[in-house]
Write a new protein. Sequence first.
Length: 365
Amino acid sequence: MDSKKKNLTVCILFGLLLAVAFLACLFLPKEATSDSERRKLAAMPAFTLDTVLSGRFMSGFETYTQDHFPFRDQFRTLKALSATGLFHRQDNNGIYVSDGFAAAVEYPLNESSLDRAAGRFQYLYDKYLNGSNWVFLSVIPDKNCFLARESGHLSMDYAQLESLMAQKVGFADYISISDLLERDDYYRTDTHWRQERITDVAERLAQAMGVTLTQNYEESVLERDFYGVYCGQSALPLAPESIHYLINDAIRDCTVYDYQNNRTGTVYDMERAMGKDPYEMFLSGSLSLITMENPYAQSGRELVLFRDSFGSSIAPLLLSGYSRITLVDIRYIQPDYLGQFIDFENCDVLFLYSSLVLNNSDTLK
């Protein structure tokens, strides 16, 4: 076979491959979300004269085919391994791996975002809180704070972030917890901290707020592998890990009420544990507004915890110190509605947020 015929054969085969991939994108069943990446996938754009002439159809269709290309996850993994292995890129999709731990590159410090977060907290304070409330603030450093020191990746100044937030939220007493944390207190493949390793953090928060905790926990292990959010986002073949969770009488017999879905539940949601993101077993994930009732409370003290998803796993460890804990996630509920559900009078109030959310505070309502 001469060179012209060889080239023609290669072109025909390549064209057939593209045609098959195109038809597969059009006709194979489509997923609405990517379980591995924890995000919605692009939908097929509307095919109209207006969208075609404006170019919106082709732009949207390109995004659609990228999200629904056959064997997409396998190609993403191959691309990630090539980028980090062959071309020695330090990260893939903003995620890097060092000594088996994956973390997001969080850089630089975004002070305007801190201003926005502080402004939202000030609004809550002015609207609902008064002299009867003891108000606290604590910042959870991202895993990158500890991992970047060892790996040499870019990292913002987390100490400066804490200092700035303490200054900007001047109405709250600041509780520092960063000295209690290290790399191993976080999941290797996920953003979050490990509940079984933060009992000392809960103890410091409780001491600062003047309550006593019961620390007689039983430790259990979820009977399934856990692949955290960085597995899908990085597309790298990271090894699975385990979720451990702690139980005592208050946690076991606690009643959890979910205002968002108008239902009662338990601290550990085993249905969510078997779902797409097992970390959501902790208080059923990042719900907008929930209460935890402690049937063994020795006092009538109550805590209102403004939080992000990190709060889901530490709130149970604070339960033995309070008769009720109300968790509020203002990423999912407008602050103006809270007065309909919460009586703030004489409650302790803790603003507990991760540096990831504070440095990207557009999600706060």
